[in-house]
Design a protein around this ligand. Structure first.
Ligand code: MN
Length: 386
């Protein structure tokens, strides 16, 4: 471990964000060093990454993979752990400066809470953390002086638009959405789309779960909730605009009517790097946007009849309490089932709506209430499906 380099822990290093973060770190190895890497199941890639980056420690979520991981790294001075509790403890380690939370879904909540309690700077890629428990996370972050820097491209764009604005009030946040692979499909066509089609996102290369969420617009629904917590705005201050080119990553309108936008090629390495270096920027050789190549930006209103998830997310955000947690848990179950072709694309929204109506609402949930809600809603969703 080198003293003057920023020590980084990547939670979810084998996923799309995790692997791109490792590229960013490799390109800037005089500034950053990997302190810890974690994965859920992908032991082969985790071993490869550990050998290459030589972190102090690694952890695997799936405890049955502990011994194979430990044996594979036995010749190296790398500490090896397994299980969700170990990942949460690892995120608190004293030398770590920045924790990149890049795991999938609800599993991000617990380690993010422990990293915040340890006062770490959080590069937040796991939006579900804020969807499920935004109020709790924001309270803990302010109590522990833990800065949360968004990695999600839209929220990074807004964060960049707000740099230098001091206390200037936000009138409105305009979140852009690509519209996903099914933007132009009719409701009838949507009944028959497959997971293979849904996995082909037009602009972004991402993991399977978020790609399905993008196709169903649940991702955008989660992002409005994420924006509410990150930027302290009310639901009526968040507008979603479909912008199929994905060059404008999002915008902020101030109270004088001025709108600031952040633009660039769709490449997650930029927001990842900005989260690591904020408030500074580092020179990169990432591809540049060329106005001569893309001469038109277009904008559309999102269609809530075809993409009901966005409406459910607005509802969950307004309702508050554990409703966004209910939304998230039921979504995780239906997305997994859609990926296995057990249910259809439109059925995902039918089931989520049904679950939101039936699950027990808690207005002021504690951490334990979120844990219980998540578990119960998964059971309820499975019951409704079968
Ligand atoms: Mn996004």
């Amino acid at each position: 471990m080198t003293e003057n380099k920023k020590q980084i822990a990547i939670l979810g290093s084998t996923g799309s964000i995790g692997t791109q973060a490792l590229e960013v770190i490799s390109e800037n190895d005089s500034l950053f060093e990997i302190y810890a890497l974690t994965a859920n199941n992908n032991i082969d890639l985790l071993i490869e990454q550990a050998r290459k980056y030589m972190p102090e420690m690694v952890a695997i979520g799936n405890e049955s993979l502990y011994l194979p991981l430990k044996n594979a790294l036995a010749d190296l001075p790398i500490k090896v752990f397994a299980g969700a509790d170990s990942i949460a403890q690892l995120a608190e380690m004293q030398p770590i400066d920045i924790v990149l939370t890049a795991m999938v879904g609800y599993s991000g909540l617990k380690p993010t809470i422990s990293a915040i309690k340890a006062g770490k700077k959080i590069a937040l890629a796991n939006k579900e953390t804020l969807v499920v428990a935004g109020e709790l996370i924001c309270e803990l972050a302010s109590q522990n002086n833990a800065q949360i820097i968004p990695v999600d491209s839209e929220h990074s764009a807004i964060f960049q638009c707000l740099a230098g604005e001091g206390n200037n009030a936000i009138e409105k946040i305009i979140l852009t959405a690509s519209g996903g692979p099914f933007r132009t499909k009719t409701i009838h066509e949507l009944e028959y789309v497959t997971s293979v089609q849904a996995l082909k996102h037009p602009n972004w290369e991402m993991g399977a779960k978020i790609t399905i969420d993008s196709a169903s617009l649940m991702n955008k629904g989660f992002e409005i909730i994420e924006a509410k917590w990150l930027f302290g705005v009310t639901p009526d201050q968040i507008e979603v605009v479909v912008h199929p080119q994905s060059i404008i990553h999002s915008m902020v309108q101030f109270t004088d009517g001025s709108i600031k936008a952040q633009l660039g090629m769709p490449d997650m390495k930029l927001p990842i790097q900005y989260a690591f270096t904020y408030p500074e920027r580092l020179k990169t050789n990432f591809p540049r946007f060329d106005f001569n190549v893309c001469s038109q930006f277009t904008f559309e209103k999102p269609d809530l009849d075809r993409f009901r998830n966005l409406e459910y997310a607005y509802y969950a955000m307004e309702k508050g309490g554990n409703m966004p947690c209910i939304l998230n848990a039921s979504n995780e179950v239906v997305v997994a089932k859609f990926l296995k072709d057990e249910i259809g694309f439109l059925q995902m929204s039918d089931i989520i709506e049904n679950v939101m109506a039936k699950a027990d609402f808690i207005a002021k949930p504690t951490y334990d209430d979120y844990v219980r809600t998540d578990a119960l809603v998964r059971i309820l969703t499975n019951e409704i499906v079968s």
